[in-house]
Ligand binder design. Structure first.
Ligand code: NI
Length: 226
């Protein structure tokens, strides 16, 4: 399931993040790519172990923890600390699939990448190109969102970033290990959760709501892992 989550960061947070990224020590993005990815990747990234990267990652993780749509749509078990990239001067990232398992930096813990996420940090008017193209069962989806908006999509899908031909594209990217590994099951739970919330808000029959809410939690119990 592909899900657009608007306004994960507010205008003030975006200004602070962008100001810090202006003076950031960008390095070649191939440092974090796997064997296949490195051949098609041409961008800049912040080194993961730097003080600035950690500070900005914490800000985003804090925003994600408070975002009900992110929680409902990804059912996060572990979230990889957000990383940062910059594309300009024709930079691009060709077709690739993200690594299935990643080591969480500095912990020895591993994370299974069920969901990939891109958080757009500057407005689409700032650059030409730089679209995230995701191949899914309905064909190729093209994604270029307002600053502060997040797209989440199955990490199993082939995706790319088209060349940035004017200006610069700033984004954060990360992965989620979900409590529910299967994308179709996650989607079902998301739809059920959204329907229950809507019925609650519109004052539906309480005993029917209780049964539906119970079904949600019992499916989560059946499919979830912690
Ligand atoms: Ni990728």
């Amino acid at each position: 399931m592909m899900l657009h989550i608007p306004k994960v960061l507010n205008a003030e947070q975006l200004r602070a993040v962008r100001a810090k990224l202006e003076a950031a020590p960008w390095v070649d993005g191939r440092i974090s790519a796997g064997y296949q990815g490195a051949r098609v990747k041409d961008n800049r990234q912040l080194p993961e172990d730097g003080q600035l990267a950690r500070e900005l990652a914490d800000l985003i993780l804090g925003a994600l923890e408070r975002n009900p749509l992110f929680i409902s749509g990804t059912l996060p078990n572990r979230v990889y600390p957000p990383m940062f990239n910059r594309y300009e001067n024709g930079m691009t990232f060709g077709d690739h699939v993200d690594n299935g398992i990643r080591m969480l930096p500095g912990s020895g813990l591993k994370i299974r990448t069920d969901v990939s996420a891109t958080l757009f940090l500057n407005p689409p008017e700032d650059y030409d190109g730089g679209e995230l193209r995701i191949e899914d069962t309905y064909g190729s989806q093209s994604v270029k969102l307002p600053a502060g908006d997040l797209i989440v999509y199955p990490a199993s899908s082939v995706h790319r970033v088209t060349p940035v031909t004017r200006g610069a594209r700033l984004a954060s990217f990360f992965w989620v290990q979900s409590m529910v590994r299967d994308d179709a099951q996650r989607r079902l739970l998301f739809d059920l959760d959204q329907a229950v919330q809507r019925l609650t808000a519109t004052g539906a029959d309480a005993s029917a709501l209780l049964r539906l809410t119970g079904s949600y939690h019992n499916l989560l119990r059946m499919w979830g892992e912690t």
